[in-house]
Design a protein around this ligand. Structure first.
Ligand code: ATP
Length: 277
């Protein structure tokens, strides 16, 4: 496991001490091979969850601009049966959204049992961009740490498996990616002055993220910091974390499906019996 997991509130979080680079002991070829087999396992797990319908999966992707939220989602969703997956992106709140509590727009997109939802940005923006850009008073965003913990606890209590990922890139890597975007005419449409402006506040965002991780990591809704400077490694870590989190549920889902199979067979037998009488 190459992920750094935070599963306790008020834990020590120092992003500078976590490397955003892929470690030297794994090559891209090895990672891609492993990813392929994890992808197959993820698909099987999704199929069991879909049939058993006693859990839902919520995956939250956060990270600074160009960290690869979209790429990571594309990779995970690519392994899954589209039948049971939704992706939801959260941008600047609309007027209607602003006139509700900050969780209103989020809660209605949480997955029903049997299904997966991937969040590209999330309710965490309300303690990140809102904090750094001073979009509301500190007394309001500070309250939100507790609201978020309670909200996620509610989801977990109702059988949602919550996985939160922070895609960790370096400032240099971000610069490289922004320039690449500019040089390639196929990606230039993604250019946004705002990305450069946000970059100037790198330190403030880092502190806001550290605080978010510190205050909203819990045993049942942990944060995972993913080294994301190398896209192939980021994909591996995200997939591995998802599979390792879901694997322990396999037995429960299998058992429920086996019981359903036995019941269905006996109903069929009884039906045939009645027909033949
Ligand atoms: P991304 O940068 O995620 O790839 P994008 O550049 O295409 O997305 P949008 O999806 O339209 O842009 O919106 C993302 C922007 O919305 C980000 O700048 C983010 O900070 C902002 N945003 C998201 N949630 C909130 C919020 N609750 N309050 C204010 N701004 C928010």
């Amino acid at each position: 496991m190459y992920v750094t997991k935070f599963d306790k509130t008020d834990c020590k979080v120092d992003l500078d001490s976590i490397s955003p680079d892929a470690p030297k002991d794994i090559s891209r070829d090895q990672a891609e091979l492993k990813l392929e087999s994890l992808g197959k396992e993820m698909f099987e797990l999704q199929d069991l969850l879909w049939g058993a319908r006693n859990h839902a999966v919520l995956i939250v992707l956060q990270g600074l601009d160009t960290a690869g939220k979209d790429g990571a989602i594309k990779n995970v969703a690519g392994f899954l049966n589209p039948r049971g997956v939704s992706v939801v992106s959260f941008g600047v709140p609309t007027k209607e959204e602003q006139e509700h509590d900050f969780l209103w727009r989020v809660h209605k997109h949480t997955p029903r049992r049997g299904e997966w939802t991937l969040f590209n940005r999330s309710h965490y923006e309300d303690i990140l961009v809102v904090r750094v850009e001073s979009l509301c008073p500190e007394s309001i965003w500070r309250e939100r740490f507790g609201h978020i913990r309670d909200f996620e606890e509610l989801l977990v209590e109702h059988n949602t498996i919550v996985l939160k990922f922070f895609l960790h890139i370096s400032k240099d890597e971000q610069k490289k990616r922004l320039y690449e975007r500019e040089q390639d005419e196929r990606t230039a449409w993604k250019l946004n002055v705002g990305d450069w402006q946000t970059r100037e506040k790198w330190k403030d965002y880092k502190e806001a993220y550290e605080d978010a991780l510190r205050k909203t990591s819990t045993e049942r809704a942990p944060w995972h910091v993913v080294p994301a400077n190398n896209k192939w490694f980021r994909n591996l870590v995200v997939a591995e974390t998802i599979v390792e989190t879901l694997r322990p549920y396999k037995k429960i889902w299998r058992k429920k499906l086996d019981d359903m199979g036995v019941r269905a067979k006996s109903e069929l037998e009884a039906y045939r019996q009645r027909k033949s009488e």
